[in-house]
Write a protein that binds this ligand. Sequence first.
Ligand code: DSN
Length: 422
Amino acid sequence: MGSDSRRHFLAGIAATDPALAQVFENESRRQQNQIELIASENLVSRAVLDALGSHLTNKTVEGYPGKRFHGGAEFVDVAERLAIERTCELFGSRFANVQPHSGTQANQAVFLALLEPGDTILSLSLSAGGHLSHGAPPNMSGKWFDVVHYGVHSETCLIDYSQAERLAAECRPKLLIAGGSAYPREIDFERFRRIADRAGARMLVDMAHFAGLVAAGVHSSPVHLADVVTCTTTKTLRGPRGGLIMSNDEALAKRIDSAVFPGMQGSVHLSTVAAKAVCLGEALTPSFRDYGRQVLANARALAAELVSNDLNVVTGGTDTHLLLLDLRSRDLTGIEAENALAAVDITCNKNPIPFDPPAPSKWSGLRLGVSAGTTRAFGSQEFAEIGAVIAGRLTGTMKEEEGRKRVAALCQRFPVYRHRLR
Ligand code: DSN
């Protein structure tokens, strides 16, 4: 082996690229030393990390297992088949596409399979907890389709199903979307199925946020009711960054496969597909059910602590891994609260609450999620302690130094993996 190729195959990043090695080291320390409450994050297993850093990244394939456009696919086909089979087993769907690079691309593939430009979509508005890819104006979905939004009741902040039904009768959408990024309560999928049927619409459920809870059996499943279900593998499902698409109708599944490839994507990110298979395998084990139950218990413990400290939790609580704080009564914006918590090493994100103005600087919500902390083995007691620190900082009753000390004590007691540099 020449010395160049020797170095190429044997030298690790610490030796070849110290600047990036330092980034990995810093991020690894940050994940150890901060409490992660961003609702779309989690901490993947070492096995998922192994899959993401595997030799599969060298392989180019397009198409689907057994029908590739490139040779040498006999082993990677096994990985993709495992991901497909495990998706179907875990969620009870007949068909699955495991290639979308993200939840947004999964949704775009569904649009390509089911819609023409100019068709009407009916979906939850962004400020009520919806998602950018469901027709928000700056997104491709908002530019290419005629989008109508339903929202939530002003008093309860729960989905206004009657409004959705009325709008569906008026605008006759081709696609009705349920799901979003910041709606903390269970969605009535049966009601949405009836609304879609009456309007002659297809129904898409985007369960990106709560897919792991469905997998764990602690949240109702939309898979037998919707025409198509999309999700990410990232959030409560605790896997790599990427998307899945499920359906039960063979003809529709074929259209979705064609929409993903060759419609929208090229070669498959095989390391990610293998990592999806790993996380789906983990989600099929009994311990993932325990994880799901603990996520719900922790989210409720956090909500209860915040409410008991006079903070306003939108809808009064949560049925999922996430909750939303309404900061208006504290005269704080979301960004001010996010910064105040960052100063005590708690990471979370500003978010619109229902009826907020569109400008992010004016949002008055803060979104908190417990998936990553639960993976770290925080239980209800630890989440009550986290709630006490959040409340203390947002109500001004706890000094910054004390908040930082209490967060550091928790982080020390519950270590996460460190990045292994070679
Ligand atoms: N949709 C964004 C979120 O919920 O944070 C990214 O996944």
